[in-house]
Design a protein around this ligand. Structure first.
Ligand code: HEC
Length: 126
């Protein structure tokens, strides 16, 4: 009986410790999308891998309009001079260039990541 008590006290101490560690490590920021190493190794475009790792494809398709314009349409409309502007738009979100439906902001994303995505999109120019 005594042994059992000691054991259960010991176990509850362990589980408390584990829980508080998990809480400390939890992070409220959305994780930055990362290009999958396997994809990079197979020579897949890093910008495309980043797009696939984020939420972009729920609203964008490569060749047909969905909630947002197709990436081909975006590529046809802009040039490499617009990379900064488009990267800022992905981070800040907004509407007006394609209609009244806004793009959601991606506030946790770095400018560098957003630029890689835009650079990939612009390669789809026909
Ligand atoms: C909730 C839906 C949604 C998501 C998610 C989304 N977009 Fe958009 N996106 C839109 C809409 C709607 C527009 C058109 C905005 C406008 O009219 O100016 C747009 C426009 C764009 C444009 C063109 C901007 C311009 O000013 O012409 C780019 C580039 C773009 N999105 C890239 C991305 C990337 C990369 C991601 C993922 C990180 C993403 N989008 C995620 C809806 C979305």
């Amino acid at each position: 009986m005594n042994k059992f008590l000691i054991l259960s006290v010991f176990l509850s101490v362990i589980s408390c410790t584990q829980q508080s560690t998990t809480n400390q490590e939890s992070n409220v920021m959305l994780p930055e999308p990362v290009a999958n190493a396997g994809n990079a190794a197979s020579g897949k475009n890093e910008g495309l891998a980043l797009i696939e790792g984020a939420d972009c494809l729920t609203c964008h398709k490569m060749d047909t309009k969905l909630v947002g314009p197709s990436y081909q349409e975006v590529a046809d409309k802009y040039t490499n001079a617009d990379v900064d502007k488009l990267a800022a738009k992905i981070i800040e979100g907004g509407k007006g260039n394609w209609g009244e439906v806004p793009m959601t902001p991606h506030a946790g994303m770095s400018k560098e990541t957003a630029k890689k995505m835009v650079e990939y999109i612009l390669t789809l120019k026909k």
